[in-house]
Design a protein around this ligand. Structure first.
Ligand code: ATP
Ligand code: MG
Length: 228
C-alpha cells in the first residue's frame, strides 16, 4: 500500500496578483517504510511540497493522497485531525520550548493527543533513552548542546509513532559529525518504528541514505539513479 500518492500536483504562489508556479505536474509515490529524498537548489519548492504533504498548505490542482486521506477533499477540522494522527515533522530548527525540560518537551505531543500523564511520561523516557539522553531528562534546552537539542527534537517528533515523517533539513545546523550521528540515529529509529519518511536535504551524503532519491527541478521530481 502507498503511504503517499501524488499525481499532477500544481501549486502557485500569488505575488501582487501574479501567479508564480512552484510545483507543476509533480508526481510522487512512497511505499510503507520507504525513505525518499527530495534534493534541489534553494527556492525550488521542497518545503512547499512538505507543507502540502502535512496538510499545512493548500494546492491548486492534482491528487494528494497521504495515509489513505485525499487532502484536497477534506475540511480544516479534518486536516487538524489528520495532522495530529498521521504526520510528524522534523525541522532544522527544532524549536524546543525553553521553559520546559527535555522530558516535558517530548511529553507534550502525547499530552496534546490526550494520552494520560503517567503513560506519556513512560513513553517519553523510553524515546529519550533511545536517542541517548536517558541521563538528561531534567535538562532545559539552554543546558543542552546543539547535537543534544537536535536529538530531543527527533525524540519529540517520533514519540507519537506516526506513519509518515516529514524531515526538512533535519541536520541543517549541525556540524559534520553531529549531522552524521543524528542521521544514523533517525535511520535506526526508522528500522525500529518503520515509518515512511520524506527527507529534504542539500547534503548528498545524507541523501544517499534514502531508498529512493529525487531531485526537484522546474516544479517536478526527477528520480536520481546511480548514474546521474
Ligand atoms: N507564502 C509564500 N508566498 C509567496 N511565495 C512563497 C511563499 N512561500 C514560499 N514562497 C516561494 O516559493 C518558492 C519555493 O519555496 P520553498 O520554501 O518551498 O523552497 P525550498 O526548496 O524549500 O528552499 P530552501 O532550500 O531554501 O529551503 C520560493 O521562491 C519562495 O520564495
Ligand atoms: Mg526549504
Amino acid at each position: 500500500m502507498s503511504i503517499v500518492k501524488i499525481e499532477n500536483l500544481r501549486k502557485s504562489y500569488y505575488i501582487s496578483d501574479k501567479g508564480v508556479p512552484i510545483l507543476w505536474d509533480l508526481n510522487l509515490e512512497i511505499g510503507e517504510g520507504e525513505i525518499v529524498s527530495v534534493e534541489g537548489s534553494s527556492g525550488v519548492g521542497k518545503s512547499t511540497l512538505l507543507n502540502i504533504l502535512g496538510a499545512m498548505d493548500e494546492f491548486d490542482s492534482g491528487l494528494v493522497e497521504v495515509c489513505g486521506v485525499s487532502l484536497g477533499d477534506i475540511t480544516n477540522t479534518e486536516k487538524e485531525k489528520f495532522r495530529a494522527n498521521k504526520i510528524s515533522f522534523i525541522f532544522q530548527h527544532h524549536l524546543l520550548l525553553p521553559d520546559f525540560t527535555a522530558l516535558e518537551n517530548v511529553m507534550i505531543p502525547l499530552l496534546i493527543s490526550k494520552m494520560n500523564v503517567i503513560k506519556a511520561k513512560q513513553e517519553a523516557i523510553i524515546m529519550l533513552q533511545k536517542v541517548g539522553l536517558g541521563e538528561r531528562l531534567d535538562s532545559f534546552p539552554s543546558q543542552l548542546s546543539g547535537g543534544e537539542s537536535a536529538r530531543v527534537g527527533v525524540a519529540r517528533a517520533l514519540v507519537s509513532k506516526k506513519q509518515l515523517v516529514l524531515a526538512d533539513e533535519p541536520t541543517g545546523n549541525l556540524d559534520r559529525e553531529n549531522s552524521k550521528n543524528l542521521m544514523a540515529l533517525i535511520l535506526e529509529l526508522q528500522r525500529d518504528l518503520k515509518f515512511s519518511m520524506v527527507l529534504v536535504t542539500h547534503d548528498m551524503e545524507l541523501a544517499a541514505m534514502a531508498n529512493k532519491r529525487n531531485k526537484m527541478l522546474s516544479g517536478k521530481l526527477q528520480p536520481i539513479t546511480a548514474n546521474t
